[in-house]
Ligand binder design. Structure first.
Ligand SMILES: Cc1ncc(COP(=O)(O)O)c(C=O)c1O
Length: 516
């Protein structure tokens, strides 16, 4: 345990295990330790001068008067600015290095997108502005919608969902509304083992019961098991394609035909659309609804939990049930926002609203900028390069890391490895923690669940070959150490601000607030 330093807080980096001569401050060169803001603050200090208030209090408000001063940290303005700046420096970000999280598609966010999104006509637009005042913004939404429909070969698109999982809910609610409209009380949603975890959660949230469909030994949906389960109680199927094993579901069209023949609908989780954009149109595969994570395929930033954007493309069968509001084009081509049910004759059956307003304007402008700056050919190359990079990682490491589906052929946009072949007592977690010491954000670990000790690496198309070679060299060295039983790997990370955390305790007994 480290001794508290002069200012009273405990330096993690100055631990005797990692430093021969700990510094007096607890900092290490320009890597600054940072306590909680409450530990930094001093009672009686304030960043601004506030005059004593001389307000009378009405009797009605008297019960609400504070009995004690609020427990705010007392810091000057520069101390506050430094606190948050130091914290931001401890963050790892896509602008610092590769972020090989499989299933997350952490790719470079082009600066051109940012420039366009900051144009005042876009940045200052207000969702309650009258339509005549925001024609350009509506045209932008309509153009993005046109592109999404063209790229997917689908009849309609709901732009308002705010993220992938929100889009899933939108698609599944469309399916529910379509079933209700024909008086069909189907309650079961089939979800293959290789689907993303949000799929069964979404279906359950929408009121469906979930049944699992197993994966084949080669990592794809078991077509025979799926078709055997189809029947009058099956509302539909939710399939992630490309799936979470990084493989394309080759039977997708046959699955869709079988589900339709049995009266169900097909939801496709399109979070991995970046692997097939410009190459395959999901509409041609018989899909009824699919969300697109703009923050993945179309390079808008992953905003620390928001603001995301998850438009949902819909087949002609589900289009009438799309949520309000939505943008449509009048006969003269002008974009118009439809805010109320029955405003359009051919759209009498919307299931309702997913959100108060039309969607995430900042993400729409960034995504459309990305699409227009690439064009259809450029987008196809995005998919090809993403797949090429993933296969480069797969083939470069399969001699030191078990690649369970390598024999199934090339992977799509992500390379999947397992912990098979590591020395007794060594795990995927050791490799992930070792990557932190190597200066890389770890890959996705222990997902997908169908593979033991899974390591899912998604390099994306925005990493250069030189960058990939550095990453591969680090991962190779860690795999070799784990195979050889190098005990030092078990206590990695050694050089990060924090050592290995007790993840079970953190998950079971999280301490989310500061207590004096
Ligand atoms: C395959 C897949 N589906 C759905 C989601 C959920 O998307 P979001 O995080 O935007 O809600 C993700 C997110 O990682 C995903 O990878």
């Amino acid at each position: 345990m480290n001794a508290p330093n002069q200012s009273g807080w405990r330096p993690a980096m100055g631990s005797a295990e990692t430093l021969d001569s700990p510094t007096a401050s607890g900092d290490r060169a320009l890597m600054l330790e940072e306590p909680l803001i409450f530990e930094l603050g001093r009672a009686g200090t304030c960043g601004v001068d506030i005059d004593e208030a001389e307000l009378g209090t009405s009797d009605a408000l008297a019960p609400f008067l504070r009995k004690a001063a609020p427990a705010l940290p007392g810091l000057s303005e520069p101390e506050t600015v430094r606190h948050y700046t130091r914290l931001s420096r401890q963050n790892y970000a896509i602008d610092l290095g590769p972020f090989p999280l499989g299933s997350c598609t952490m790719k470079h966010n082009p600066r051109l997108n940012e420039k366009v999104a900051r144009l005042p006509g876009f940045a200052d637009v207000h969702p309650l502005a009258p339509q005549q005042a925001v024609r350009g913004a509506l045209e932008t939404i309509a153009q993005l919608a046109d592109w999404l429909m063209a790229l997917t070969g689908m009849a309609a698109v709901a732009m308002s969902p705010k993220a992938g999982a929100h889009g899933e809910l939108c698609g599944v609610l469309c399916i529910k509304a379509a079933l209700q409209a024909r008086g069909d009380d189907r309650r079961i949603m089939l979800v293959p083992e290789s689907a993303h975890g949000t799929n069964p959660a979404t279906a359950a949230f929408a009121g469906f019961a979930i049944e699992n469909i197993p994966a084949t030994p080669e990592g794809r949906v078991d077509f025979a098991a799926l078709t055997a389960r189809l029947g009058p109680d099956i509302a539909g199927v939710m399939i992630t394609n490309p799936n979470t094993c990084g493989l394309f579901e080759r039977d997708m069209k046959a699955i869709a035909d079988a589900v339709h023949a049995a009266g169900g609908y097909v939801y496709c989780d399109g979070a991995n659309f970046n692997a097939i954009v410009g190459k395959v149109r999901p509409g041609d595969l018989g899909i009824d609804a699919m969300h697109i994570n703009l923050h993945k395929t179309f390079s808008t930033p992953h905003g620390g939990g928001g603001p995301g954007s998850g438009p949902v493309v819909l087949s002609a069968a589900l289009a009438p049930f799309a949520p309000l509001p939505f943008v449509t084009r009048d006969t003269d081509g002008a974009a118009r926002l439809i805010e109320e049910e029955h405003a359009l004759e051919d759209h009498p059956s919307s299931f309702g609203r997913m959100a108060a307003f039309h969607g995430q304007m900042g993400m729409f402008t960034r995504a459309l900028t990305y699409i227009l700056s690439h064009g259809a050919d450029g987008l196809r190359q995005v998919a090809e390069d993403a797949v090429l990079n993933a296969n480069y990682v797969l083939r470069s490491l399969e001699d030191v890391l078990d690649a369970p589906f390598a024999a199934s052929g090339p992977c799509m946009h992500e390379a999947l490895f397992s912990d098979a072949g590591l020395a007794e007592g060594f795990s995927t977690l050791d490799i992930a923690k070792g990557l932190i010491d190597e200066g890389f954000h770890p890959m996705t670990v222990y997902f997908p669940l169908v593979v033991h000790g899974a390591m899912l690496v998604e390099p994306t198309e925005t990493e250069s070959k030189a960058g990939l070679d550095r990453f591969i060299a680090s991962l190779r060295s860690l795999a070799e150490r784990a195979r050889a039983g190098d005990e030092s790997l078990k206590s990695a990370p050694h050089f990060a601000p924090r050592r290995r955390l007790d993840e079970t305790l953190a998950a079971r007994k999280p301490v989310l607030g500061w207590r004096d």
